[in-house]
Write a protein that binds this ligand. Structure first.
Ligand code: PMP
Length: 408
């Protein structure tokens, strides 16, 4: 039995009451994006009805309310990540923009021809392409930590890649394509011993594992609000304060300056120096509400419950004839990636959709890791705390029916 009342939690998510193709919606596409509880929807609506203003700039009452709401959201993120200071929390559009921010500020300013960046074979395109672009421009070398047959990073190979030229190790804490949980703390420690900085992509981990940036000790940690029951268009870069202040801004404009003349501009310290222009104020506030919601259930209970669901789903999927699970690491979160013999992944996706079940089928913006396993595409159910064993039963029953129709 779940450690919290899943049916009551489901009631908080209006969209989970929808019907799709005449069936109750079963949302198993949480790795792509999560659904929003009414607490988040209501908070955004309240902001626009009662608090809306631009922030920081005016002396009127609503400016103070909006600024307060925005800065309160920042401190909610700080506490959620266990950062030392709210100055270490920068609001951006999402994980993608967060990684680009680090590449285009710190990376652009501190890396030189011949320097090396280590990525892992598990990375989402968002943690490959910005570094590739930087590498091309500056003559850097990208080196890749390989994975074993289960989809776990091979640490003994990683240690061989580290050397005095390594300036950055950038990797995901949870693979969006396979669900692998990487040994993030160990990878970070080894990188630091080699004198390299570390960026951890937390896009797939924050909604499943307790985030503690001080314990992890990464130099940057990024995530997207929409993958943790918050709005789209808002995300976070955590960075160690000193490092953030050592980097020059990557975008210039209003808000981020202390003083501007035609000859010279002086920038605020972090977080201001990285928040040029009017940001996504309302959705930052919505993200704060989402983090409150998650904390109220309790991330450790969520983790424990989802682990049970994942084991249950893994066991049942393995019994489907012709199903090959991809990603079988001992440490996994949320994701069940597979291919079904005799079917294209989009056919499986369409068959599930007919039953009201939403899963992603495709390359999941992580082509290198799928190709490592000899496929271009998988079917990917992914779990959240509002899913149940019954959701998995419906999924698996549909797959069995599909297979038996195929065989007869
Ligand atoms: N990294 C990982 C591991 C992801 O799963 C995703 C989203 N699929 C991203 C980065 C990019 O996030 P966003 O598209 O929200 O910027």
């Amino acid at each position: 039995t779940p450690p919290f009342d899943v049916n009551r939690i489901k009631q908080d998510f209006p969209i989970l009451q929808e019907r799709v193709n005449g069936r109750p919606l079963i949302w198993l596409d949480n790795a792509a994006t999560t659904q929003k509880p009414k607490q988040v929807i209501d908070r955004i609506s309240y902001f626009y009805q009662h608090e809306n203003s631009n922030i920081h700039r005016a002396a009127h009452a609503l400016a103070a309310k909006a600024t307060d709401a925005y800065e309160t959201a920042r401190s909610k993120v700080q506490h959620f990540l266990n950062a030392r200071s709210p100055n270490e929390i920068i609001f951006v559009r999402g994980a993608t923009e967060g990684i680009n921010l680090v590449a285009k500020s710190w990376g652009e300013q501190h890396l030189q021809a011949g320097d090396e960046i280590i990525l892992s074979h598990l990375e989402h395109h968002a943690n490959i392409v910005p570094w590739q672009q930087l590498a091309l421009r500056k003559g850097l070398k990208l080196r890749i930590i390989p994975v074993d047959e289960d989809g776990q990073l091979i640490l003994s190979e990683y240690t061989k890649l580290l050397n005095s030229k390594t300036k950055l190790v950038s990797f995901t804490q949870v693979s969006n394509a396979l669900g692998t949980i990487t040994p993030a703390k160990q990878i970070t420690e080894l990188a630091h011993q080699a004198g390299a900085k570390v960026l951890v992509d937390g896009a797939q981990s924050v909604s499943h594992l307790r985030a503690d940036v001080q314990d992890l000790d990464a130099d940057w940690f990024v995530f997207s609000g929409h993958k943790i029951f918050g709005p789209t268009g808002i995300g976070v870069v955590y960075g160690k304060e000193e490092l953030l202040n050592q980097a020059q801004p990557w975008q210039g404009g209003g808000n981020m300056i202390v003083d501007v003349t035609f000859e010279h501009s002086q920038f605020h310290p972090a977080p201001g120096r990285f928040e040029a222009g009017t940001g996504n104020i309302a959705d930052a506030v919505g993200l704060g509400a989402a983090l409150d919601y998650v904390s109220k259930i309790g991330i450790d209970l969520i983790n424990q419950y989802e682990h049970t669901l994942l084991l249950y789903g893994t066991k049942l999927l393995k019994e489907v004839p012709g199903l090959r699970l991809i990603g079988t690491a001992a440490e996994k979160a949320s994701v069940l990636s597979f291919v079904l013999e005799g079917f294209k992944t989009e056919e499986v996706g369409a068959a599930l959709n007919k039953e009201g079940i939403a899963v992603r089928s495709g390359h999941h913006c992580a082509q290198p890791i799928l190709r490592r396993f000899g496929v271009e595409s998988t079917v990917r159910p992914s779990l959240a705390f509002y899913n149940t064993c019954s959701d998995i039963d419906t999924l698996v029953a549909t797959l069995h029916r599909l297979q038996s129709r195929h065989r007869h």
